[in-house]
Design a protein around this ligand. Structure first.
Ligand SMILES: [Zn+2]
Length: 752
């Protein structure tokens, strides 16, 4: 379900293909094993075929395949049959989860005029799957509660916490109101959450043409963007404050006999009724608003004056759902390892969609299938991975990571023991390789990206990414990009299936996609289908092939290495950067409050008051205290020292690795696997114990957007300074433990 912001590609890319030099050994490989690996990898990369990707997409997106639908099950069985046909040991694992579907959806304006929203995406003659009405889920937000509310309407921009601060300054309250928010800039489930915290009793979310409609490009079917009736479905489960997965079985697998909460007891269901609408349905409602004009940056591109309300516009929202338990079908395939079968490399993408889901998720699922087919071929040719490889086609990702979270919770003990790395994808388009993940894998994935050819420029996808980053960077950042050996990878928030692996269990994770050259406004609508994808995205499937090549290469290189290719130098650098970021965050906050308090003293707000456009002066705030960052600063330095020591020790030992006894290698690899677990704390983050990683988490008020060092960062952002200081100590301790673990791994290499 992940939808990342599109990047702008503005550079001309003309350099010739420059792939990594052959003679350098891979990290964690003895020279001879490295050469063998290189040969197998190059055989692997020749196999994925765009024609197959096209066929898989056609098949899997032929009919709507949401959780509980006949074609969802059909796809799972079809994927299982392919895994088996290609020679893998595979099975379907079923969980039973709460999945609400709409029974009643009514939205009408009662005053000043009558208007009833259509809430309907029409079939289009040119788009052959858009008419499968009987199988399509209606437009709705999953895990909205039932509700029947009538109230004045208030426009709240994107519905972010700062938007409500602005409303207060404008003297507008949403207490007892229904709010209307635009999609994007925060995850959709945050919008009803923040609205309810401010007293709203209902929430509408609409797709503004300025964000993914005609302001960007022509609308579907003449272009890739959202048409006036297109609606973004999606989950509004409050997962970031609680946990993702089945709301009735938090923390445990939703197996048939699992102990379940009642729907009333489930904490992650949204607190007020919420409905997504198209801009066709939103326009009459917005046009009826009165009250102050919306600030300029809030306004979209509908041909109306954007007022905030409240005023004459009164709306009636009535929603009721079938609160049913539905099966989800995870398709799991296994390639057993040889020397290190107890160390697992896991790779997944979901197969369920909101409707036909050609882009989300099939454009990522099809490359996954091609990877499995290619591995089947290599196994027949004699390739034997050292570690066990597990491939997963998850079900129920869209409602909120149901299939992957339940699997992670059901298998938590063995995963904690065996899982080395999880690699996720969730859809694919055209353009640049986006790399996110654990920074202990930053060097590794940079290395993989150097060996993948970009379909358009023929240079490596790494070089293309590097040059386009230079084209878009500030002067300081350009300098860093040119000097640093590796491109920085982004930290992971949530919004797709890695969440349970990384945030709950502390399994090192990567998440990847090609993106940036496809504009799209069909996300979670009936128009995300084969017709759209083959007209407006990777229509020749060459980026699908590149994704297969990228992820498959990463899986092989992780699975075959004598020593898992974790590296801690980039990691230590990132941790030190995060510490500086947090110090700056606090200082900026202090500066801002100091300035505002001074302006209040000076009478600035009195002087700028316009009685015809009345505003409310901001409240005087207490200055945030200074915090002691020493525990993180000291740990950062310790980490940097251990990281250098480990890198040196591994490189000195590299040529002797294949002479090492397997028990020695196993002991070292066990330590390396532990390195991500060490960054977790069993008690979890403040007020959300399911999230245990101390460095990465989705934000309580950003949703999918990551909060790095979340305990400290959210402590500062939410003005809980004493808690932030406690969290600095907790994070510092975990980082010191990490440094000690890296030191002991270095020592093992030095003493052998
Ligand atoms: Zn998805």
């Amino acid at each position: 379900m992940r939808r990342l912001a599109a990047l702008l590609l503005i550079c001309a890319l003309t350099s010739p293909l420059t792939l990594a030099a052959d003679e350098v050994s891979f990290v964690g490989y003895a020279p001879r094993s490295s050469q063998t690996e290189r040969d197998w990898e190059s055989k692997f990369r020749d196999i994925p075929d765009p024609a197959n990707l096209r066929e898989y997409m056609k098949r899997m997106s032929a009919r709507p395949h949401h959780v509980g639908s006949p074609y969802d099950k059909d796809n799972a069985e079809w994927i299982l049959a392919r895994f088996k046909e290609w020679g893998l040991d595979a099975h379907i694992e079923t969980f039973n989860v709460l999945f609400p579907t709409p029974k009643v959806r009514l939205l009408e304006m009662m005053e000043p005029t009558k208007f009833t929203a259509k809430l309907e995406e029409p079939a289009l003659a040119v788009d052959p799957t858009s008419n499968q009405k009987s199988e399509q889920l209606p437009t709705y937000n999953a895990y909205s509660p039932d509700g029947d509310v009538t109230a004045p309407l208030v426009f709240v921009n994107y519905g972010l916490p700062e938007d409500y601060e602005k409303l207060e300054r404008l003297g507008v309250s949403v207490k007892g109101a229904i709010v209307i928010a635009k999609y994007y800039h925060s995850w959709r489930g945050v919008k009803p959450k923040v609205a309810a915290e401010h007293g709203a009793i209902g929430c509408l979310i609409y797709s503004e043409p300025h964000d993914d409609g005609y302001t960007v490009d022509n609308v579907f079917p003449n272009g890739p963007m959202r048409n006036p009736e297109g609606v973004q479905r999606g989950s509004v489960m409050d997962f970031a404050s609680n946990s993702p997965g089945d709301p009735l079985t938090p923390g445990i697998g939703a197996t048939a006999d699992a102990k379940r909460l009642s729907v009333k007891e489930a904490k992650s269901i949204a607190s007020i009724p919420v409905l997504p609408i198209s801009y066709g349905d939103a326009q009459p409602l917005l046009a009826a608003l009165r009250g102050p004009m919306a600030p300029e940056e809030w306004r979209g591109t509908l041909a109306i004056p954007y007022h905030i309300g409240p005023g004459a516009a009164k709306v009636h929202l009535k929603l009721a759902f079938n609160w049913d338990i539905k099966p989800v079908y995870d398709v799991i395939a296994k390639i057993p390892g040889t020397e290190a079968a107890d160390e697992w490399i896991i790779r997944g993408n979901h197969h369920d969609a909101w409707v036909n889901g050609a882009e989300d998720p099939v454009s990522g699922q099809a490359p996954l299938l091609e990877e499995v087919r290619a591995f089947g071929t290599l196994l027949k040719q004699g390739w034997k991975p050292r570690r066990t490889i597990i491939y997963a086609a998850w079900d129920g990702e869209e409602p909120m990571l149901l299939g992957s979270t339940e699997w992670v919770e059901a298998h938590a003990d063995e995963l904690r023991q065996h899982a080395a790395v999880y690699i996720n994808t969730d859809g694919n388009d055209r353009g640049l390789l986006n790399m996110g993940g654990s920074h202990t894998l930053e060097q590794f994935i940079n290395g993989v990206a150097k060996d993948i050819a970009d379909p358009e420029t023929k240079m490596s996808v790494w070089e293309r990414k590097r040059l386009s980053e230079i084209a878009n960077a500030s002067a300081d950042d350009r300098k860093e990009i040119r000097q640093r050996a590796d491109l920085r990878i982004s930290a992971l928030g949530s919004g797709t299936d890695f969440t349970g692996f990384l945030d709950h269990l502390g399994i090192a994770t990567l998440d990847m996609a090609y993106e940036g050259e496809t504009e799209q406004g069909i996300y979670h609508s009936i128009y995300d289908d084969f017709f759209w994808y083959t007209h407006f995205s990777d229509n020749d499937f060459v980026y699908g092939r590149a994704l297969s090549q990228t992820v498959g290469t990463a899986v092989m290189r992780l699975a075959d290495a004598e020593v898992l290719p974790f590296d801690f130098v980039d990691f230590a650098d990132t941790v030190q950067k995060y510490t500086r970021d947090l110090q700056k965050l606090l200082k900026d906050k202090q500066d801002e409050i100091r300035e505002r308090n001074q302006e209040l003293d000076e009478g600035v707000f009195k002087a700028t008051f316009d009685p015809r456009k009345p505003t409310v002066a901001p409240p005087r705030e207490e200055m945030p205290p200074h915090l002691n960052f020493a525990p993180m600063e000291n740990a950062g330095e310790a980490l940097a020292r251990s990281a250098e020591r480990y890198r040196k020790a591994l490189s000195a030992k590299q040529s002797a690795l294949n002479g090492s006894e397997s028990s020695q290698l196993a002991a070292l690899n066990t330590k390396l696997i532990e390195s991500e677990r060490t960054l977790t704390n069993d008690a979890g983050l403040p007020r959300r114990p399911w999230f245990k990683h101390l460095l990465y988490a989705p934000g309580v008020y950003s949703g999918y957007g990551v909060k790095t060092v979340p305990g400290v960062r959210e402590g500062i952002e939410q003005k809980r300074y004493a808690e932030a200081e406690q969290e600095i100590i907790r994070v510092g301790k975990a980082l010191q433990d990490e440094a000690a673990l890296i030191d002991s791994a270095a020592q093992m290499l030095e003493s052998k």
